[in-house]
Design a protein around this ligand. Structure first.
Ligand code: URA
Ligand code: SF4
Length: 198
């Protein structure tokens, strides 16, 4: 079995944190084996938990619109989350849950080798840039190890807060130029952060 599918199978039966008790279906993530773009959200919500697929609710529809605005379909990118099981009542994932689930995401990133990693929201941002503030770093690409990190606001936040919508749309429009860019960092991350990815 391909290793990505092996990870997905492990996720579907994982009981390594308490979210296993309340989930309906775990959501490993989906997309091509070697996508140029990897999107990392927060956690499955109601619809994702019902279907076992990431970003299939309202935030997912918005994400699909955003992808279409740059000429992409969702099956051309890989989409996953910080934690693979839905937190009860969509609460924030706890640090211990993020830590327990991180091994799956780390292996996915290693295998997928994306050119650009787009973090959606502050939880996935914190994985790569601990301490960064999303209002300061959104829309600003930086080279991080083998990929370009591109922090964005979460599409669900833009749905709830009208003022964020145009910011998300503008940030999204910069993605095509990142995909064609040679590995030319616009902002270097400290070596310590690069190492933390390995
Ligand atoms: N929000 C997320 O962060 N992830 C999903 O999969 C759906 C909504
Ligand atoms: Fe396992 Fe992650 Fe689900 Fe927790 S959230 S049970 S670590 S797959």
């Amino acid at each position: 079995m391909a290793e990505l599918e092996e990870i997905a199978q492990q996720v579907r039966t994982c009981t390594d944190c308490r979210l296993a008790e309340s989930r309906t279906i775990a959501v490993p993530g989906e997309g091509p084996d070697h996508p140029a773009l990897l999107f990392i959200g927060e956690a499955p919500g109601y619809h994702e938990d019902q279907q076992g697929r990431p970003f299939v609710g309202a935030a997912g529809q918005f994400l699909e619109q955003l992808l279409a605005s740059i000429g992409l379909r969702r099956d051309q990118v890989f989409i996953t989350n910080m934690v693979k099981c839905r937190p009860p009542n969509n609460r924030d994932p706890l640090p211990g849950e993020i830590a327990a689930c991180g091994k799956y995401l780390d292996r996915q990133v290693q295998l997928l080798r994306p050119k650009v990693v787009v973090t959606l929201g502050r939880h996935s941002l914190a994985k790569f840039l601990p301490g960064a503030t999303i209002s300061k770093v959104h829309g600003r690409p930086r080279s991080l190890g083998s990929f370009i990190l591109y922090p964005m606001y979460h599409p669900a936040a833009a749905l709830h807060q009208q003022s964020l919508r145009s910011i998300v749309e503008e940030d999204f429009k910069k993605i095509p130029s990142l995909l064609t860019q040679q590995a030319k960092p616009t902002e270097e991350a400290p070596a310590s952060q690069q190492l933390s990815l390995l």
